[in-house]
Design a protein around this ligand. Structure first.
Ligand code: NDP
Ligand code: 8X3
Length: 253
């Protein structure tokens, strides 16, 4: 029977690349997100490209009742989850603290922190039951070091870092591996979302250097899960070669 990976936020970026990477490696995949058409399309691509199955669950991680309803109502066969990738998240705005929009702060805290907690709470019983479970939490270098105008986004990713450490302690007795991955700048829809559809601003974030790609992150997610089950990569911080930290990137033009 194929192993199962549950990926939050699989309609774009890292999550989508992870779904394709794990399906290629023989995993059945549970793909989630708010955009149903994208989930349906990804399910079709996976099932026509690989001999694997995909289950699409369309819900908003911010909505606690929706999270539990969708996860608890999955067909029994799909509850044998081996890996949870807590990836759904966003940055909204890049403004000075005193000028930032409080709705943006709410969206980031509700998605990146509370959403991750809800999904984890709903999925963890299945990981424990299956033995040798693995949780990957998508942090950020913004969760290691704050940068100007990062305020609530940085805070939400510092929270992910703390949640990863707490999970590792509290789930130790169940032998669940917990890996916190902290990427630097990667070219996905992240900046388009952050700048609310402003393509010029979004594209400018990736000019003059070669940023990470979604496939780079998917490769790392697969790598950490492919090690012998007694080996746990606790923390993995990764940037492209041009980026030294949250505020220093070497640009050629
Ligand atoms: P994308 O915008 O490309 O993808 C984000 C994914 O998250 C989408 O599938 C989106 O699905 C999902 N998502 C967002 N909000 C919700 C919600 N409320 N409910 C359910 N799903 C949601 O961004 P990335 O792939 O780049 O980002 C993935 C993660 O990686 C995020 O947590 C981000 O903070 C983190 N990260 C990104 C970096 C980067 O530079 N790109 C660097 C470091 C970390 P939908 O809109 O369909 O709901
Ligand atoms: C995304 C990376 O540096 O744009 O988490 O905040 S950064």
């Amino acid at each position: 029977m194929a192993k199962i990976v549950f990926i939050s936020g699989a309609t774009a970026g890292f999550g989508k690349a992870c779904a394709l990477r794990f399906a290629k490696e023989g995993y059945d995949v549970i793909i989630t997100g708010r955009r149903k058409e994208r989930l349906d399309e990804l399910k079709k691509i996976i099932e026509s490209s690989f001999p694997q199955k995909a289950l699409a669950l369309c819900f908003d991680v911010q909505k606690r009742k929706q999270v539990f309803k969708h996860i608890n109502n999955m067909p029994e066969d799909w509850k044998r989850i081996n890996i949870l990738i807590n990836n759904a998240g966003l940055a909204a705005g890049r403004d000075l603290f005193d000028e930032a929009d409080i709705d943006d702060w709410d969206a980031m805290i509700d998605t990146n922190v509370k959403g991750l907690l809800y999904v984890s709470k709903a999925v963890i019983p299945f990981l424990i039951a299956g033995k040798n479970g693995h949780i990957i939490n998508m942090g950020s270098i913004a969760g290691k070091e704050v940068y100007e105008r990062g305020n609530a986004y940085c805070a939400s990713k510092f929270a992910v870092d703390a949640i990863s450490k707490s999970m590792r302690l509290d789930l130790l007795r169940h032998q669940v591996r917990v890996t916190n991955i902290s990427p630097g700048a990667a070219e996905t829809e992240f900046s388009l979302v952050r700048f609310k559809g402003d393509e010029e601003k979004a594209n400018a974030m990736y000019k003059g250097y070669k940023p990470l790609t979604a496939e780079d992150i998917a490769e790392l997610c697969f790598y950490v899960t492919s090690l012998p089950s007694h080996v746990c990569i606790n923390e993995l911080e990764v940037t492209c070669l041009a980026q030294a930290n949250t505020y220093t990137t070497f640009k050629s033009h």
